[in-house]
Structure formats: structure tokens, C-alpha cells
Design a protein around this ligand. Structure first.
Ligand SMILES: C[S@@+](CC[C@H](N)C(=O)[O-])C[C@H]1O[C@@H](n2cnc3c(N)ncnc32)[C@H](O)[C@@H]1O
Length: 236
């Protein structure tokens, strides 16, 4: 007898517009599955690195009243705006071009939740368009650092940062740092993904990082596998 695991089909996947460069990845779907049971009733939410806008739209469909989408890529920004206009036209939405900066002091301590699937692959610099979506800089932590800073600043007391963390970055250092800054850190789920062939050019770089014990992945036969954690950090 064989058993086939069914992937959850989110109704949103049929509705949301994507492009060749900005899609719904395995990571997006894992985060969507984890967020599915959580009501965001009446919340103000930040979708940090919105891409298609999928996370913020999901939060809105699960009850959030006000979504702020942040995205640095101009194509991503335009796509987020199109999806938000089409799929959640009656919500209050803000679509902005980068991390909130001192021009927006009114964000401090204003948000109930923040959701992020950060670009966090340690690359040697993304050359190709489709890689910009994943690129987290040399050690993969550039956007994660920005996410932590923004979360500490923008979340209300008790507010929650929901995000994905890959073992291809120095996740132990990041978890320790979060532990020092947030009231509680929970790793609520973990999954594993086999590397896709377009990652392979980074393998020597990643092996070096692993040899330095800064990251972790394992090989199973000819497959290379990373771990991906769903983490919730709670603001003091
Ligand atoms: C891995 S994608 C996730 C997209 C979408 N949230 C999803 O889950 O499908 C990360 C996104 O973050 C954007 N990004 C990278 N650095 C950023 C920053 N400092 N501020 C805002 N967005 C950023 C990238 O352009 C990319 O669209």
C-alpha cells in the first residue's frame, strides 16, 4: 500500500497573480500552511518583502483589517499593488517601496503582527533576476537583520513576528539574538526541502559556511537538503 500526502490547496493560489520572477514558492506555501489556522481578526499587519503580496492578502482574508506591504523590488511592488487592489479591495492597504524609515515615525509600536518569508539564501551576489527574489547577501542575513529591526520597532507589546528561517543561514546565532531581544521565541514547525538545481552554483560557498559550522544542510544520496523553520517571536 502506498500513501500519498495531499498538499493543502489554498483558494488564494487560484486567485493571486504571479510573474516568472515573482512566484509562490515551496517556502511561501509552507508559511501559508502554518498561518492558515491563525485568526488575524481586526489586526494591523506588516507583510515584509511582499513579492506577490500573498502573505498580506492571506492575513486579510483571515480577518486582518489593515495591511502594510513592504517590497524593494519595483516589479514586486507593482504586483503586490495589483493583487491587493483586486483581492482585498475593501481593506485598508499601504504599499511601500522599502523598509519603513524615519520618514514614518508613526509606525512605532503600531502593529499586531508582522509576516515575512525573507530572501535569505547566502549567495555571492545575485546576478540573475529570478535570484534577486531569494538573495540574502554573502551570509544570507541582510534581510533577516532588517526584519528583526523592523519587528522590534513596529510591533505592539505582545505583537508577533511570524517568519521562515532556513538552516542555510547561521540560524543558531539568529535564534540566540532573537532570544535576547524578544519575550518569547517558538520554533513551531520544521520542514525540509531538497535544493533545486539552480542553487547548485552556490554549493561550494555553502559547503565552506557549513565547514565553519555557521550553517547546516545534509546530503542524502545525491540530494542536498536544507531545513526550514517556522518561527514566531513575541514582542516584550
Ligand atoms: C523570498 S521573497 C518572498 C515573497 C512573498 N512574501 C512570498 O512569500 O511569496 C522575498 C521578497 O523580499 C523582497 N525584499 C528583499 N529585501 C527587502 C527589504 N529590505 N525590504 C523589503 N523587501 C525586501 C524581495 O524583493 C522579495 O520579493
Amino acid at each position: 500500500m502506498s500513501v500519498t500526502l495531499q498538499e493543502t490547496e489554498h483558494p488564494l493560489l487560484a486567485d493571486i497573480e504571479t510573474t516568472d520572477q515573482i512566484g509562490i514558492t515551496r517556502y511561501s506555501r509552507f508559511l501559508m500552511d502554518q498561518l492558515e489556522p491563525r485568526p488575524f481578526a481586526g489586526e494591523r499587519v506588516i507583510d515584509f518583502g511582499s513579492g506577490s503580496g500573498v502573505m498580506g492578502v492571506q492575513a486579510a482574508r483571515q480577518g486582518a483589517k489593515d495591511i502594510t506591504f513592504l517590497e524593494t523590488n519595483p516589479d514586486g511592488l507593482a504586483l503586490t499593488a495589483r493583487n491587493a487592489r483586486k483581492l482585498i479591495p475593501h481593506h485598508t492597504t499601504w504599499v511601500m517601496g522599502s523598509a519603513i524609515d524615519p520618514l514614518h515615525p508613526e509606525i512605532d509600536g503600531q502593529f499586531d503582527s508582522m509576516i515575512s518569508n525573507p530572501s535569505s539564501l547566502p549567495t555571492l551576489g545575485a546576478g540573475k533576476d529570478e535570484e534577486a527574489f531569494y538573495d540574502g547577501g554573502q551570509d544570507g542575513t541582510a534581510m533577516i537583520e532588517a526584519m528583526i529591526g523592523l519587528g522590534r520597532r513596529a510591533l505592539k507589546p505582545g505583537g508577533e513576528l511570524h517568519f521562515l528561517l532556513t538552516s542555510l543561514v547561521d540560524y543558531q546565532t539568529i535564534l540566540r539574538r532573537l532570544g535576547g531581544e524578544f519575550r518569547a521565541i517558538q520554533v513551531r514547525a520544521v520542514t525540509q526541502f531538497e535544493f533545486r538545481p539552480h542553487y547548485f552554483e552556490h554549493l561550494p560557498h555553502w559547503r565552506n559556511l557549513r565547514d565553519e559550522k555557521r550553517t547546516f544542510f545534509f546530503s542524502d544520496g545525491d540530494k542536498n537538503v536544507e531545513l526550514v523553520f517556522y518561527v514566531v517571536a513575541t514582542q516584550p
